[in-house]
Design a protein around this ligand. Structure first.
Ligand SMILES: C[S@@+](CC[C@H](N)C(=O)[O-])C[C@H]1O[C@@H](n2cnc3c(N)ncnc32)[C@H](O)[C@@H]1O
Length: 256
């Protein structure tokens, strides 16, 4: 996968799911997907994962070691599931920034969190993970959950995250990954390519976006490749933990 990413970058093309597209066009194609799914995003997440995404996110919060007073960046934070939990833990002396490139996702997230009364320590910022508009050494914790897969230049984004982390801070990347066992892989493939797009068509009236979801997961770097990308960006003490048999993995790395 690493060599494929590399060769794609060399000829100014990249992948959008299984399609090869001009690098400069990918961000707007991803934007179209998330403008289209934003309103149904939370319902679809619960349906598609049978609610298990809530456990993956809970695990991420616990693994982050977040404390009252911390400053947290929930990058590609979308509708704000992680932000909501972080906001309650960091308290009035802390701060959570929910950053996302997509205005529709940010608006759904802002409305949801405000309806829950979560207002005092959350800021909303429209930003591209590849060039974060924050000062060096700003955050104790950065999370990017199911977001890195969609970013055009993942190496650039990882370097940008490294820059804005404080020394001693940590990055947590929660992302779909490669199932550990062949049998699980086959069942998961069947589910992703035969059932998911139909569910997307029925509930969100948008089968294409869920076809992209399935394809983008298969094109994403596997556990070992992502860990070496994090190391290349400067992260130290990198580890990962497979969740649900490797369907998802949580990667962690520190800046010292
Ligand atoms: C699958 S959603 C994940 C949302 C949320 N983190 C969650 O776990 O429910 C992916 C999010 O990544 C955002 N995204 C895609 N490319 C991005 C980029 N280059 N910079 C920042 N956010 C991006 C999308 O707009 C979308 O909201």
């Amino acid at each position: 996968m690493a060599s494929q990413e590399q060769s794609n970058q060399n000829d100014n093309t990249t992948h959008f799911g299984y399609k090869t597209v001009d690098t400069e066009n990918k961000a707007s194609m991803v934007a179209d997907v998330f403008h289209s799914v934003a309103a149904q995003y939370d319902v679809m997440n619960d349906l598609m994962s049978f609610g298990i995404h809530r456990l993956w996110k809970r695990f991420t919060i616990d693994a982050s070691g977040v404390r009252p007073g911390n400053k947290v960046l929930d990058l590609a934070g979308g509708t704000g599931d992680l932000t909501a939990k972080f906001s309650q833990i960091v308290g009035k002396d802390g701060q959570v920034i929910l950053a996302d490139i997509n205005s529709s996702m940010l608006n759904v997230g802002r409305d949801k969190l405000r309806d829950r009364g979560l207002v005092q320590n959350i800021e909303y910022v429209q930003a591209n993970a590849e060039c974060l508009p924050f000062e060096d050494n700003s955050f104790d914790i950065i999370t990017i959950a199911f977001g890195l897969r969609n970013v055009t230049d993942k190496d650039k984004a990882l370097r940008s995250m490294y820059r804005v982390l404080k020394p001693g801070g940590r990055l947590l990347v929660l992302e779909f990954s490669k199932p550990e066992h062949e049998l699980l892989n086959k069942a998961y493939d069947f589910y992703s390519f035969n059932i998911l797009p139909k569910m997307g068509e029925l509930v969100a009236k948008d089968g294409d976006s869920y076809q992209y979801l399935a394809e983008s997961i298969r094109m994403h770097p596997d556990q070992e490749t992502l860990e070496s990308m994090m190391k290349n960006a400067g992260f130290e003490q990198t580890t990962y933990k497979n969740l649900t048999g490797g369907i998802v993995a949580l990667h962690k790395g520190y800046k010292f």
